[in-house]
Write a protein that binds this ligand. Structure first.
Ligand code: KIV
Length: 290
């Protein structure tokens, strides 16, 4: 289905045609998994801007404003320097650009780990300033108390276990986790702890397939895999990865397009037109009406 948008300049809203489906809710996403079975897998992609949200929204159930925007948008070396201001600004843009998907916003490193109170203040700011439905935070057993605290106060939390990129300095890199029995057991324990604490959804990133399968079988909330398993209750990818915006792609990414080539090809043709003075043509210049 192709959607077109008319910009309402008074509200900055882009109104879609055809009229969008009603926005999904956190309970609807949580309720996809019934008695351990998810008949309708949860489709999640990242979005950081209003226009990308408009394009992805009709096809997704959840749009994640990931702190991966640090690398993808800002060219930072990791997600560690990402700020709450960045997440709020991009989160508000994605909510403005979407009508159907549940929007979840990553809590950036340093905004939630100190205490449940710190996490509540940061999450409340995110929800107030963006209009998003929930937050995502990284960590297992150590974050269970915080997830319970937020959930009990009306803040839906998506957990994130396995490879947790904000911990890159402690992990020493981005290699897949759960190769040893001890590490696999720790990750499954983390997942059970955050699910029992009330997470409504859980991202499992960069783990051995059997670890992801064990978690999906053990927890009541839907699991969302990225570099995990096809048997998770849904999948997520960084949109720019699946669009082929980068030359290097990780093993777990499927490239659905080669946008890097499309964009550099268009820029090359534009540059050549400008240099040859073949742009603009009559079609692109203003002249008095006769
Ligand atoms: O920041 C992000 O985009 C994420 C996804 C990779 C799950 O956390």
């Amino acid at each position: 289905m192709s959607t077109t948008f008319t910009l309402d300049t008074s509200t900055s809203r882009a109104n879609p045609t055809p009229a969008p489906m009603k926005r999904l809710t956190v309970p609807a996403i949580r309720g996809r998994k019934v008695d351990g079975v998810t008949a309708d897998p949860v489709v999640m992609l990242t979005a950081y801007t209003a226009r990308m949200a408009q394009l992805l929204d009709p096809h997704c159930d959840v749009l994640l404003v990931g702190d991966s925007l640090g690398q993808v948008i800002y060219g930072l070396p990791s997600t560690v320097p990402v700020s709450l201001d960045m997440m709020c600004a991009h989160g508000a843009a994605v909510v403005r650009g979407s009508y159907h998907s549940v929007v979840i916003i990553d809590m950036p490193f340093g905004s939630y780990e100190a205490s449940p109170q710190q996490a509540f203040e940061s999450a409340a700011r995110i929800l107030k300033e963006t209009g998003a439905a929930g937050v995502k935070l990284e960590g297992g057993v150590a974050m269970a108390e915080t997830i319970a605290f937020l959930s009990a106060r009306g803040i839906p939390v998506c957990a994130h276990v396995g490879l947790t990129p904000q911990a890159v300095n402690a992990l020493g890199g981005y290699a897949a986790r759960g190769r040893s029995d001890a590490e696999a057991a720790k990750i499954v324990g983390d997942a059970k702890a955050v699910a029992d604490a009330g997470a409504f959804l859980m991202v499992i990133e960069g783990v051995m397939e059997e670890v992801a399968d064990a978690i999906t079988a053990a927890v009541l909330c839907p699991t969302i895999g990225i570099g995990a398993s096809a048997r998770c209750d849904g999948q997520v990818l960084v949109t720019e990865d699946m669009l082929g915006m980068f030359e290097r792609t990780a093993k777990f990414v499927k490239k659905y397009e080669d946008m890097a080539s499309v964009i550099s090809g268009a820029a090359e043709r534009y540059a050549s037109d400008v240099r040859a003075r073949t742009f603009p043509t009559d079609a692109q210049v203003y002249r008095p009406k006769k």
